[in-house]
Design a protein around this ligand. Sequence first.
Ligand code: ZN
Ligand code: ZN
Length: 310
Amino acid sequence: MTAATPIIQPGQIEPPAGAIPYIYITPRDNVFRDRAARLRQLATGHVMQDFLLFMAELTDAQHAALATFPKVPLPTEAELSLCREHGMPPLSVQSWPRNPVWQETLKQIIAHVMPAATPAAGKILMRLQKMDSAALEAFATDILAGQFDDMDLGVAPFIAAALQVYWTHMATTLGAHAFGANDISNLCPVCASPPVSSIVRIGGAENALRYLACSVCNSQWHMVRVKCSNCESTKGISYFMIEGTSGAVKAESCEECGTYLKIMYMDKDPQVDPIADDLATLALDLMLDESGKLRSGPNLLLISTSAIAA
Ligand SMILES: [Zn+2]
Ligand SMILES: [Zn+2]
């Protein structure tokens, strides 16, 4: 490839690190709207149709909540600059003083999805409505810390959905330029959460580059391909897909640390979504689970305690 070639082809050497947009943040108006549309598309004829359609309702609720999200305190430019300098995520889910306004978002979400809830889901929502503010904060802390043991897994997706809206609001308000690289490359440089999956993007400066997709704030950050997103090994990486599919979603598994994470390819399907396509390919999780591999990052809309690496 000569310097005059403007486009990097898949499989060819990637541009030098300085030329790569390190963080990609999906436009605020698109993130949940596109995901809801994708969930509806994937639901058609799917064995988990009802579940995916309900997840689409939940994602609609997130979209509506994000559109009307109130002004909240954000890190100052001085704090952001210090974080960029030291490779620290400024909105770390562990240390950022969480604004209780996310509980209002949760109420909005509950009201939005209630009419679409099955009797079983309705019971879960009623259980959620009975939780007081302190219990909700404690629950949020456990979700964000990845402490899923003994968790009420029924109510968890709704609490996670509200937290995703709050963190997505902050990330999209500040914009990609506010954030630098994280010293810990397998955690989100915005909020320090693990990725839900990774995505090989098409178009623009991100073309053919692989990004890890945050499980909380919806930011995406660059990581070279054919490298374990958990332990960064480049040896013993293999790919699995469900037979008869387009291969737009695969599981990238690592022999070194015994984990896997799904990887999605926009060149095979430009509409792939890190969360929606993950939910629609549980068969792939079952396949990897049977081979003894553990997932290295959670999908907070469907937490499964058994299959997540500690
Ligand atoms: Zn994040
Ligand atoms: Zn690994």
